[in-house]
Write a protein that binds this ligand. Structure first.
Ligand SMILES: [Zn+2]
Length: 458
C-alpha cells in the first residue's frame, strides 16, 4: 500500500460528523444527568408499585400499564403496547430435604420451564457430577432412577463471561437427565455468592417447552451443594426428597412497551435503546432489569428536555417483555419491525445490573469501528477504558444484530452482578444511586451523539 493510499484510508475511517460542539454539548448533558436521581426514582417506582413481574402473568401486564403511564407522564410520544402470545410457566411449592443419612432441609428453587414432581414429590439416591459434560458422558446405569446433581462452580468475572459457561447446566441438565432415566435434576446455582439463596433461571426457551419436557429441575444454593459434597465424601449413599409443583399454561400474553422522541430532520432513522420489563418472580427485579428500565428512560428524558424541537433522528425506547424466559419480546420486535430494521442506525440494551460503566464496545462492521467508537467519546471521558468490537448490545438485541443492525455496549461492571441475579435478594436496596446516575449520564451522551450525528455504522 502506498503511503498516500494509507493516509486516504485512515482519513476515511476518521471521517465522522460528530463535531467538537456536539461532543461538548453531550458532555454537558451527561454531567447534568449525573446530578439527577430520575433513573433511581424510576426503578424505585417500578419495583415498589409493581414488584415481581414474571413473563405472561397479570403482574407483567401491570408493569406494561405502569410503563405506559410513566412514559406519558414524562412527555414521550407514540407510546404503545405491542402484545404477543407465549406459553406461561408459574412457580408452585418448592422444597427439598436430605432423608438419609442426615435428615435436614435444603434451599432450592425450581428452574423456569420445569415440570412438576406432583405434590408428593420424588425421593431417591443422589448421583453427583462435577460438570455438565460428566453427566452427558456418564453411563445411563449410574443415572437411572436417581436424583442427579450437576455441581459445577461459576467463575466470577468483571465482564460476566463466566455466565454463558455456567448457564449451560441450567439449560441442559434436565433434558440429559431425562434421556438417561433420572428421577429429577439439581444444579448448583448459576451464581457467584456464598449466600444461602438459590438462583432460578430458564431452562429451554418457554416457546420451545414441550417435547422433550425434561425431568423436574431445581437449583440449590452454593452452601447446600457444599453440604451435599461433604456427606457424599463420607457416605456411599445419600437420599433426597424433592417437591416442585410449577404449572404451565399454553396460552398467555406478554408485550413490548414502546415510546419515542420523534426526530426533527430524519424521523425515519431510529436510534433504539432498550431494557427488559419482565423479571423473575423471586425478587422485585431491581437489578435485573429494573435498573436498565430506569437508565434508558431517564437518559432519553434528559435528551428530550434538552432538545424541545427534537433530536435530528428518532430515539425509540423499547421495554421488552418476556426476556427472561427466552428473549421472546426481542424476537417479536425484530419480526414486527422487519421492514424498518434497515433504518435502525444503532441499537443497545441496558441489562447487566446497576454497576458503573467501565468500557464502551461496538458491534459493527470492521471499517466502521472507529466512527462508531466516537459515540463513546464522552463515556470514555467518564472513566471507561478502551473497548473492543465484541459488543452483543444485550440479550434483546440478538435478532436485530443478526439482521444487520449495528450495536454498541455500554458495558457495566458485573463483578457482583451474579451474587444477586435471579434470587429473592434482587431488590432496590442493592442499587447504588450514584452508580446508577453514572449509567444514565453515559447513556445520555451516547444517545445524544447517535441521534444528532449523520453517521452510518453499517
Ligand atoms: Zn436481565
Amino acid at each position: 500500500m502506498t503511503p498516500a493510499l494509507t493516509l486516504l484510508l485512515s482519513l476515511q475511517a476518521l471521517a465522522q460528523t460528530i463535531s467538537p460542539q456536539l461532543e461538548a454539548r453531550a458532555a454537558l448533558l451527561a454531567s447534568q444527568a449525573e446530578q439527577s436521581n430520575l433513573g433511581y426514582s424510576i426503578v424505585e417506582s417500578l419495583t415498589t408499585e409493581v414488584g415481581p413481574r414474571l413473563a405472561g402473568t397479570e403482574a407483567e401486564e401491570r408493569a406494561r400499564n405502569w410503563a405506559v403511564a410513566k412514559f406519558e407522564s414524562m412527555g414521550f410520544a407514540n407510546v404503545r403496547v405491542e402484545t404477543f402470545a407465549l406459553p406461561v410457566w408459574e412457580r408452585g411449592v418448592e422444597w427439598a430435604q436430605i432423608t438419609a443419612p442426615y435428615p435436614q432441609p435444603l434451599v432450592v428453587t425450581a428452574l423456569g420451564g420445569s415440570i412438576s414432581t406432583g405434590p408428593d414429590g420424588v425421593e431417591g439416591e443422589l448421583a453427583s457430577f462435577p460438570s455438565l459434560n460428566a453427566l452427558a458422558t456418564a453411563p445411563a446405569e449410574i443415572v437411572k432412577g436417581k436424583i442427579i446433581l450437576v455441581d459445577e462452580v461459576m467463575t466470577r468475572t468483571q465482564d460476566g463471561s463466566g455466565y454463558s459457561v455456567a448457564a449451560a447446566k441450567r439449560r441442559q441438565a434436565a433434558y440429559i437427565a431425562e434421556e438417561k432415566g433420572a428421577l429429577a435434576a439439581l444444579i448448583r446455582s448459576v451464581g457467584t455468592s456464598s449466600h444461602r439463596f438459590a438462583h432460578t433461571g430458564q431452562m429451554r426457551r418457554v416457546t420451545e417447552v414441550g417435547e422433550p419436557q425434561g425431568v423436574p429441575a431445581a437449583a440449590i444454593s452454593a452452601p447446600d451443594a457444599d453440604q451435599l459434597q461433604r456427606i457424599l465424601a463420607a457416605h456411599s449413599s445419600l437420599r433426597l426428597r424433592l417437591v416442585l409443583t410449577p404449572e404451565r399454561r399454553p396460552a398467555g400474553v406478554s408485550g413490548n412497551v414502546i415510546a419515542e422522541i420523534p426526530g426533527r430532520e430524519a424521523p425515519d432513522e431510529i436510534v433504539l435503546i432498550g431494557a427488559h420489563l419482565d423479571s423473575w418472580d423471586l425478587g422485585t427485579g431491581a437489578v435485573d432489569d429494573g435498573a436498565g428500565v430506569g437508565i434508558v428512560m431517564a437518559a432519553a428524558k434528559a435528551v428530550m428536555d434538552a432538545m424541545p424541537n427534537g433530536p435530528r433522528r428518532t430515539i425509540r425506547v423499547v421495554l421488552f417483555g418476556a426476556e427472561e424466559v427466552g428473549v421472546v419480546g426481542g424476537k417479536a420486535y425484530a419480526e414486527a419491525y422487519a421492514n424498518e430494521l434497515a433504518n435502525h442506525i444503532v441499537a443497545s440494551e441496558s441489562d447487566f445490573g446497576a454497576g458503573r460503566i467501565w468500557r464502551f464496545n461496538t458491534g459493527v462492521v470492521e471499517d466502521k469501528v472507529q466512527v462508531a467508537q466516537a459515540l463513546g467519546s464522552v463515556v470514555r471521558s467518564m472513566g471507561a477504558g478502551p473497548g473492543s468490537n465484541a459488543a452483543t448490545g444485550g440479550p434483546d438485541m440478538k435478532y436485530l444484530r443478526e439482521a444487520g443492525v449495528p450495536v454498541v455496549g455500554l458495558e457495566q461492571n458485573g463483578w457482583d452482578y451474579f451474587d444477586l441475579h435471579h434470587t429473592p435478594n434482587d431488590t432496590l436496596d442493592k442499587i447504588d444511586p450514584q452508580d446508577l446516575a453514572q449509567n444514565v449520564a453515559a447513556w445520555t451522551s451516547f444517545i445524544y451523539l447517535a441521534a444528532n450525528s449523520e453517521d452510518s455504522y453499517r
